[in-house]
Design a protein around this ligand. Structure first.
Ligand code: ASN
Length: 285
């Protein structure tokens, strides 16, 4: 082979390799520029929140004492205190947005909110749509009964033709009641307080709802309702982020490890569940 031909082949090789490398490199740059990369691997919510300087929490007021509207129109409660602690830890402003309970998961999926903090029970079905943190509170479903029906000890005592059981739309209480009651009618209410009002005025006969909500309501209306506190289910409440945002889950779980059972958490439990000093701030009809 002539020397000039060897040089020509080598040159062609060098050019081909350079072209191949050039062909690869701009693709990566372009992907980064157009954000294609970040679409394929969604940016962590925590990083996004830190960049925009605001945490948007979605909740569904009406679940005493987790989230409630006070007389001034503000949303207050145990969950809102957690949201404040999280926003503080991230050094960002907190915005709490109000939804119907069944609107929370769609709002998270479409990116209208960053995280759900709404006393939401961790369930396998919901976990197909969103990802849950570790639990921050454990509870379960109980019954609340109108006083005109005495001596109710279990849901079976209320499962009779002519009885109506109120539930809050889209909640685990609604799912459980629809599963259990075969003779009584199960009726959906938009929010728990609406079901409570129907119960205390005798329009319905019982309610299936999370124990803390029932305890608060029954303590304020002992003349018309009573709670049956044997748990009908065991439920762990968690926060939810967009499905598979593992990086944000990891941070939120780290937050919970330091917050849960610590002094601020204990003070919040005392305030919202035990001393209930907030009751005068909220109208519990
Ligand atoms: N813990 C219940 C649920 O997840 C009720 C509620 O949060 N309002 O469905």
């Amino acid at each position: 082979m002539r020397k000039s031909r060897v040089v020509a082949i080598l040159l062609a090789l060098v050019m081909a390799v350079t072209a191949a490398m050039a062909g690869c490199a701009p693709k990566t740059d372009k992907a980064a520029q157009t954000g294609q990369q970040s679409q394929a691997q969604p940016q962590s919510m925590i990083e996004r929140v830190r960049k925009k300087g605001e945490l948007v929490v979605g909740t569904a007021p009406g679940y005493y004492p987790f989230e409630m509207i006070d007389k001034k129109g503000n949303i207050i409660g145990f969950d809102i205190d957690i949201a404040k602690e999280i926003a503080d830890a991230l050094g960002v402003k907190l915005t709490v947005q109000r939804y119907g309970f069944d609107g929370l998961i769609p709002a998270l999926q479409t990116g209208n909110i960053d995280v759900i903090i709404a006393g939401m029970t961790i369930t396998a079905k919901r976990a197909l749509a969103v990802s849950f943190t570790n639990p921050y509170y454990a509870t379960g479903q109980v019954l609340m009964v109108n006083k005109n029906i005495p001596n109710v000890r279990s849901w079976q005592d209320l499962d009779k033709k002519g009885y109506t059981i109120g539930v809050s739309l889209g909640t685990t209480g609604a799912m459980l009641a629809k599963q259990l009651f075969k003779n009584a009618t199960v009726k959906d209410f938009d929010i728990f307080p609406d079901a409570c009002l129907a119960l205390s005025t005798g329009k319905i006969h019982g309610i299936v709802y999370d124990e803390p909500g029932v305890r608060v309501y029954a303590s304020q209306h002992p003349e018309s309702v009573y709670g049956v506190y044997e748990l009908m289910s065991v439920e762990n409440l968690g926060m939810a982020v967009q499905k598979d945002d593992f990086s944000s889950l990891q941070w939120l779980n780290s937050f919970l490890y330091s917050y849960k059972d610590g002094p601020a958490y204990k003070a919040a439990v005392r305030k919202w569940f035990e001393e209930m000093t907030w009751i005068p701030e909220v109208e519990i009809k």
